[in-house]
Design a protein around this ligand. Structure first.
Ligand code: RFL
Ligand code: PHB
Length: 390
C-alpha cells in the first residue's frame, strides 16, 4: 500500500490531520491499534478553545459543535468554600470557550473520514515504522492476521503518550523534560444535570475537585486522589460523598447524584520531548507532550500542532516549499511550553500538596489571595485559559 502521509493513531490529532489534508487533496492512511468503538469509549477532554473550534470548521466538521456545544463566558474558582467567578469574556475582550466533549469531536471526525472514503486500518497490531531518516519511510503492521506494508512520503506520529513513534526515535536524538505530580484525578461521568452553569475548580483542604459537564443533562466530575488509589475502591456513593464535602455549601446543596456511566483514574504529568521532527517523522499531540488536565489544554495543544503540521505538509505539496516543515518543531514548542507553564501553574495553585514544606503552602495561599484580589492576575489566567494565539 502507498500513501502520501501515513498517520499513526486515530485519536483527535490523527483524525483532524487526516481531514485537513483530505480537504487539500493530500492522501492519508491511518493505522490505529484499537477499534473505533474503543477510541470512542475513552472519556477525556471537555473544553475547546476558539482556535480549536475554528480548526474543526476548516476541516468541515464544526457544525455539530456549534449546534450542541455550550459557550462558556466564565469559570469559577472555589477556595475553601467560597466561589469567585473569572469573567473570561470581559477579561479577554470577548473570548470564550466551548464545552464539547472529545468523544464528540472524535465521532464527528470519524464520520467525516468515512464519508471521504479515506483508509483507516483499525485494530492494527505490531505497528512498526522505519526509514523515516531517509526519503522512503515505511510502516509495517498486522491487520486481521495479514501483514501490511505501507510506504509514504511522511509519517505523522499521532499515537499518544504510549505510542511507538516517539519510542522509534534514537534515544540520543531526543531530549525529554518531565515532571510528575504526587496525585491522580478520579473522574466520574453521569447523566445528571451539572451542579452549576459554569465549571467550578475547587481548592479544598481535602483535595482539589472539578465540576464540569458535557451537556445540560450530563456531568463530569473529578477528585484529586492519592496516586495509589484504585477505581474499584470508589463506589459511586463514596465518590459523591467525597465530592460534596469538597464543594462550597451552595454547590453541595444543589448537587444531583446518580449512577456513574464511567469512572477512571489518571495520574497527572507534565512532559515534553524535543524536537518534534526527525527526518520525515513528525510527532503531534500527546505523542510529543503531556500537560496535567487542570488547564484543559491537552486536546487544544494537539489541535494547534495539527494546524502547523497540516499547513506545512500542504505547503510542501502545493509549493514544493520545505519552510513549514523545517519550522514545525520550533513553532509548536513555543506554544507547547506556554501551555505547559500555565497547566503546571494552575495545578500547583489549586491542588493539595500536603507533603510539601509549610513554606510552599503559605506561598500557594498568598498566590490565590493575590489572584482573587487582582484584575491583572485574573486577566493573565483568562488569556491563557481561552487559549494563546497560534
Ligand atoms: P490520543 O487521544 O491518546 O490518541 C492516540 C491514538 O493512538 C493510538 N495508538 C496507536 N495506534 C497505532 N499503533 C500504536 N502503537 C498506537 N499506540 C497508540 C491510540 O489507541 C489512540 O487512539 O492522543 P491525541 O490524538 O494526541 O489527543 C490528545 C488528547 O487525547 C489529550 O491531550 C486530551 O484528552 C487531554 N485532556 C484534555 N485536553 C483538553 O484540551 N481539555 C480538557 O478538558 C482535557 N481534559 C484530558 C482531560 C485528558 C484526560 N486524561 C484521561 C488523560 C481530562 C482527562 C481525565
Ligand atoms: C472535562 O470536562 O473533562 C474537563 C474540563 C476541564 C478541565 C479538565 C477536564 O480542566
Amino acid at each position: 500500500m502507498r500513501t502520501q502521509v501515513l498517520i499513526v493513531g486515530a485519536g483527535p490529532s490523527g483524525l483532524l490531520l487526516g481531514q485537513l489534508l483530505h480537504r487539500a487533496g493530500v492522501d492519508t492512511v491511518i493505522v490505529e491499534r484499537q477499534s473505533g468503538a474503543h477510541v470512542l469509549s475513552r472519556i477525556r477532554a471537555g473544553v475547546l478553545e476558539q482556535g480549536t473550534v475554528d480548526l474543526m470548521d476548516e476541516a468541515g466538521v464544526g457544525a455539530r459543535a456549534h449546534a450542541e456545544g455550550l459557550v462558556h463566558d466564565g469559570v469559577e474558582l472555589a477556595v475553601d468554600g467560597v466561589r469567585h467567578r473569572i469573567d473570561l469574556r470581559a477579561l479577554t475582550g470577548g473570548k470564550t470557550v466551548l464545552v464539547y466533549g472529545q468523544t464528540e469531536v472524535t465521532r464527528d471526525l470519524m464520520q467525516a473520514r468515512a464519508a471521504a472514503g479515506s483508509t483507516t486500518l483499525y485494530e492494527a497490531t505490531d505497528v512498526r515504522i522505519e526509514g523515516f531518516e531517509t526519503e522512503a519511510p515505511r510502516a509495517h503492521c498486522t491487520v486481521g492476521g495479514e501483514p501490511v506494508e505501507i510506504a509514504a512520503d511522511f509519517i505523522a506520529g499521532c499515537d499518544g503518550f504510549h505510542g511507538i513513534c516517539r519510542a522509534s526515535v534514537p534515544r540520543e536524538a531526543l531530549r525529554v523534560y518531565e515532571q510528575v505530580y504526587p496525585f491522580s484525578w478520579l473522574g466520574l461521568l453521569s447523566d445528571t444535570p451539572p451542579v452549576s452553569p459554569e465549571l467550578i475548580y475547587s481548592r479544598h483542604a481535602r483535595g482539589f475537585s472539578l465540576c464540569s459537564m458535557r451537556s445540560p443533562t450530563r456531568s463530569r466530575y473529578y477528585l484529586q486522589v492519592p496516586l495509589t488509589e484504585r477505581v474499584e475502591d470508589w463506589s459511586d456513593q463514596r465518590f459523591w460523598d467525597e465530592l460534596r464535602r469538597r464543594l462550597d455549601p451552595e454547590a453541595a446543596a444543589s448537587l444531583v447524584t446518580g449512577p456513574s456511566l464511567e469512572k477512571s483514574v489518571a495520574p497527572l504529568r507534565s512532559f515534553v520531548a524535543e524536537p518534534m521532527r526527525f527526518g520525515r517523522l513528525f510527532l503531534a499531540g500527546d505523542a510529543a507532550h503531556i500537560v496535567p488536565p487542570t488547564g484543559a489544554k491537552g486536546l487544544n495543544l494537539a489541535a494547534s500542532d495539527v494546524r502547523y503540521l497540516s499547513q506545512a505538509l500542504i505547503e510542501h505539496y502545493r509549493e514544493r516549499s520545505a519552510a513549514g516543515l523545517d519550522h514545525y518543531s520550533a513553532r509548536c514548542l513555543a506554544r507547547v511550553w506556554k501551555a505547559e507553564r500555565f497547566s503546571w501553574w494552575l495545578t500547583r495553585l489549586m491542588h493539595n500538596f500536603d507533603q510539601e514544606p509549610a513554606f510552599q503552602a503559605k506561598l500557594q495561599s498568598a498566590e490565590l489571595d493575590y489572584l482573587l484580589g487582582s484584575e491583572s492576575a485574573q486577566r493573565v489566567l483568562a488569556e491563557n485559559y481561552v487559549g494563546l494565539p497560534t
